[in-house]
Design a protein around this ligand. Structure first.
Ligand code: SF4
Length: 720
């Protein structure tokens, strides 16, 4: 609901820029935002917001934002009408499909897709109409290992437990910096105060990371670990936990395969893994005992452990550690949220894999998607399976997927490329046509995805605050129109009739109508309690959102495994762990190379908030951070320019000497590299930066899941 106050009014919304979904109080009129503040009455964020939320208004007002479709010509992009744009897209995509088959058209959904319920609900319909197996998204450069582990242990790729951070007494965090990210696959706005609250109630926070991050700085203990070795550390942690825990007390009949679990880590002592991880055996033992003995505890891992060569193993071991310590599905532990709209199907399992493969490298699909690391090579390699046309939604894979220069070349060679995006960015500059949807504040929203990972059960409907310009289209309207034009017309009277009924049903569906159905059928819905249960109308009346309470135990009901048990040692993980251990080589190569890791700044949102000057004040953030010992070895000082080289490319950027990094490790933030030709964003020159993905090797993936393995890739650093 929007409270009216003359022409000026206040709208309460959730911020949909990142996973934290903070409650916002927005003062505005139809076209101008006067202020954006945190909403103290939001049941989840309780007034917290970060600087990015205030910049939401900049996205809306940005003169560089596209407001009409544009067509690429020899003299640059020129505006065209929506009808002309759709006609051209229909003609070109059908030409490719009819000539080369459905798989010749590939689709990529960028990260903002999941922050937009219209896109979430209607993009799959377009993909279905296209009938292509070449589907890609940001999942495989991000959280795919979480889905993989959840599928194999809990029976569904979205059955992902989250830390009950507000009640835990011990939190072990690996490869995550939630003080800056505000949680990921742990929707927890204001993480800093939640972590401090753990300490205030006598608990402990321990961070395992190659860098002393902002989260590590406030933790009780920071354990420095060599990038890419977390699976070994977790396995030795499990080795010790299994020695000290009485499993008859922590595991019930719900868990199976315990003896296999014990045998697969029996040789992985802390002394054995210390050589590789750099974590002293005594530290591992103490951490394991603290984890096992805590009143309640949770192990949490995110980007740094997801995007490494053993990301799948890491998330399996994290789930296992939470299980064997008795912390799975109990307050203060690792719990399954119960969102108002359930995205976990009641029937069957999600997470099928290997039904088809990428054309060149034969990487398997998972949940209907191929690893995006294979995208460019499948565009560049000629043959019957070559990708020749491309559709992106809210994506900038040139900057966000490994070997961006290769993807640049691949996009140049396409027969046709249509991008749904509000900017001409590093990726969409290659598009033939760009379709710009409305900006965030012009659309209504309900967070279908991140309530599924929230540390408290809440529901909130966000009405649009600003009025879209005449003729503007929402994402879902663009998807609907593309779907209509990409659906093959039925022939014959019977099929035609059926087709017209289906089209009428599709015309009736809107995000709001689907949301209402989802709310009514959800666990708090009016289908169960007609007089008081949730409907969209009732939710709209609760302008700050509805608090549905703390997380509650949900097992075995939340499981989607066929036997309704948690498999602690699925074969696929056990065998892969053995293969990883038998292939171990020298812990640190003696070739003088460095292990490269990424990092995030509170004011960055991947690649796409760099056009707002509000967030881009101050000195350059795109630097190579390096330990003083390494800087001295290379005779480097703060601000010196260096080249960073890998198999796939070379980038040049200034050095920032920092003892927060482990020796032998260097760090570059991702999302930069805006100085490519044709990009119309006016990013301040000191912030254009370089793209870390121009040196990230697309051939290095987690062999288990296909997720890009960014963390720990080896690079050579030289003084310029
Ligand atoms: S942390 Fe910042 S960007 Fe993320 S939802 Fe909250 S206000 Fe928005």
């Amino acid at each position: 609901m929007t409270l009216k106050n003359g022409t000026r009014r206040t709208t309460f919304r959730s911020c949909n820029l990142c996973e934290a979904i903070c409650g916002l109080t927005i003062d505005h009129d139809d076209t101008t935002v006067f202020s954006i503040r945190g909403d103290p009455d939001d049941p989840l964020s309780q007034g917290y917001l970060c600087p990015k939320a205030v910049a939401l208004q900049d996205l809306y007002a940005d003169p560089d934002r596209l407001r009409t479709p544009v067509l690429r010509t020899d003299s640059g992009f020129v505006p065209i009408s929506w009808d002309d744009a759709f006609d051209r897209i229909e003609r070109e995509l059908w030409k490719v499909r009819d000539t080369h088959g459905n798989d010749a058209v590939a689709v990529y959904l960028g990260n903002p897709t999941v922050h937009n319920y219209g896109a979430m609900l209607f993009a799959p319909k377009l993909i279905k109409a296209l009938r292509t197996k070449n589907r890609f998204s940001a999942t495989s450069v991000d959280q795919l290992p979480h889905h993989f582990a959840a599928h194999h242990m809990f029976g569904h790729g979205l059955c992902i437990p989250v830390p009950d951070i507000d009640r835990t007494h011990f939190m072990l965090i690996l490869g995550a910096n939630p003080v800056v990210s505000n949680g990921s696959l742990m929707t927890a706005p204001g993480v800093k105060r939640r972590l401090q609250a753990i300490q205030q109630r006598g608990g402990q926070v321990v961070v395992v990371d190659p860098k002393r991050t902002q989260t590590a700085a406030l933790a009780d203990e920071h354990i420095a670990i060599r990038p890419g070795t977390d699976a070994l550390f977790l396995a030795s942690l499990l080795h010790v936990v299994l020695e000290v825990v009485d499993l008859s007390q922590t595991l019930g009949p719900l868990f199976k395969n315990v003896s296999m679990l014990k045998s697969c880590v029996s040789a992985l002592t802390p002394e054995f893994t210390a050589t590789h991880t750099g974590v002293p055996a005594e530290t591992t033992r103490q951490t394991a005992v603290a984890l096992a003995e805590a009143t309640s505890a949770v192990v949490y891992g995110r980007m740094g452990v997801s995007t490494q060569a053993n990301g799948g193993l890491c998330h399996w071991l994290i789930n296992v550690l939470n299980s064997v310590t008795g912390n799975l599905d109990r307050p203060g532990g690792h719990m399954f949220p119960a969102p108002a709209v359930s995205v976990v199907s009641q029937r069957g399992t999600l997470g099928k894999s290997g039904r088809w493969h990428s054309a060149v490298r034969q990487l398997p699909e998972f949940e209907g998607e191929l690893p995006v690391s294979a995208l460019a090579e499948d565009m560049l390699t000629t043959g019957p399976k070559q990708i020749r046309a491309f559709i992106t939604n809210a994506g900038n894979p040139v900057l966000s997927t490994p070997n961006g220069r290769q993807l640049d070349r691949a996009l140049e060679g396409l027969d046709f490329f249509v991008a749904i995006d509000i900017y001409v960015n590093e990726t969409t500059r290659h598009a033939n046509i760009i379709l710009p949807p409305t900006a965030g504040l012009e659309t209504d929203h309900y967070d279908l995805v991140f309530n599924t990972f929230a540390v408290r059960n809440v529901a909130k409907y966000s009405p649009a605050a600003l009025k879209p310009a005449a003729g503007a289209r929402h994402d879902y309207q663009i998807f609907k129109e593309l779907t209509r034009r990409m659906t093959r017309r039925a022939s014959g009277i019977g099929p035609r009739l059926k087709g017209s009924v289906r089209r009428a049903a599709e015309a009736w569906t809107t995000p709001q109508r689907l949301l209402n159905i989802g709310l009514m059928q959800g666990p708090y819905g009016a289908s169960k309690k007609p007089k008081s249960g949730l409907t969209l109308r009732r939710l709209k009346r609760a302008v700050h959102g509805v608090d549905l309470g703390p997380l509650t135990p949900r097992l075995p009901g939340a499981l989607r495994t066929r036997d309704h048990k948690v498999d602690l040692a699925p074969d696929i993980f056990v065998q892969h762990l053995a293969a990883v251990v038998s292939a171990l080589t020298e812990p640190v190569p003696s070739d003088g190379t460095f292990a490269l890791i990424g990092r995030r700044d509170l004011r960055d949102n991947n690649s796409w908030m760099h056009n707002t000057t509000r967030l881009m004040r101050g000195k350059t953030r795109c630097t190579l951070q390096m330990n003083p010992v390494d800087a001295e070895r290379l005779a480097l000082e703060n601000g010196d320019d260096v080249s960073v080289r890998s198999r796939v490319g070379t980038i040049e950027l200034p050095v920032e000497v920092s003892d927060a990094l482990m020796p032998g490790v260097v760090s570059i933030p991702h999302g930069y590299g805006h100085n490519r030709r044709g990009v119309t964003l006016k990013v301040a020159s000191q912030h254009a930066g370089v793209s870390i993905n121009d040196v990230q090797d697309e051939q290095i993936v987690d062999p288990l899941t296909g997720n890009a393995a960014f963390s720990g890739q080896r690079v050579t650093v030289s003084r310029l």
